[in-house]
Ligand binder design. Structure first.
Ligand code: C5P
Length: 224
């Protein structure tokens, strides 16, 4: 990568997976380790950017030389992302954000003797943070989303990506396949990047750090 091509640029990266509490000891979560987001933050910092990493339950240490803001729930991530994005040149939403949260959070532990043999959880949709940031985009700002799909078929995955970037209004969408053994918690990644017109602008495979640099190359080209 070009050295220090992001010097003086403000970059916001969200990483990890949100947790939506059910009661004081339980939550709804996901298997995101935060590795790809952390690699993006690390790569951006190495290229000279001022990086804010909004981290939800990372399984690995945050890189040195960045500003870390820790959050837990989708609503906390939304607030932190809105605040940090106000003066950012680049916003990368790599976090796995819960689509739904429990309508009610029990004050005490949910007890099975009170609930019996089955119980139903009522959930409510979380706001789409990426779509909100893209709608509030400042001139010249580049907003990047991720799409983790379990769809095994490449063409079907691209079709999902095309619909997603249109719906979200992001400038770039990074597609990667995830499953029981792929994507999450692994060291390697394989990605396809779509632009706003849903054209493929990058296909890359390798370590999450090398993939991060390739993604930043595409983003850097788009900065005015
Ligand atoms: O719709 P889907 O969850 O597949 O979209 C993934 C992208 O949208 C990721 O960039 C993720 O960070 C973001 N997202 C979000 N707010 C949500 C759900 C996902 O910003 N509530």
């Amino acid at each position: 990568p070009a050295q220090l091509d992001l010097a003086g640029r403000r970059v916001v990266v969200t990483a990890g997976g949100t947790r939506e509490p059910l009661d004081p000891v339980r939550f709804l979560g996901n298997r995101s380790s935060g590795r790809q987001g952390v690699a993006l933050a690390e790569a951006a910092a190495a290229r000279g950017a001022d990086v804010v990493l909004i981290a939800a339950h990372l399984e690995i240490a945050a890189p040195a030389g960045i500003e870390l803001r820790e959050v837990s729930t989708a609503l906390q991530l939304q607030e932190a992302a809105a605040l940090a994005s106000a003066d950012a040149d680049i916003v990368i939403m790599a976090a796995a954000v819960a689509d739904y949260r429990p309508v009610e959070v029990s004050e005490g532990k949910i007890k099975k003797d009170e609930r019996g043999d089955s119980m139903t959880l009522e959930l409510v949709r979380n706001p789409d943070i990426l779509a909100g940031l893209a709608a509030a985009k400042k001139p010249g700002q580049v907003v990047v989303g991720f799409a983790a799909e379990t769809e095994p078929d490449k063409a079907a995955q691209l079709e999902l990506g095309r619909r997603k970037i249109a719906r979200k209004g992001a400038d770039l969408l990074v597609l990667n396949r995830v499953g029981w053994t792929e994507g999450f918690a692994t060291e390697r990644n394989e990605i396809t990047v779509l632009d706003h017109a849903a054209d493929i602008v990058l296909e890359a495979a390798g370590s999450k750090l090398s993939v991060a640099h390739r993604i930043l190359d595409v983003i850097a080209e788009r900065l005015s």
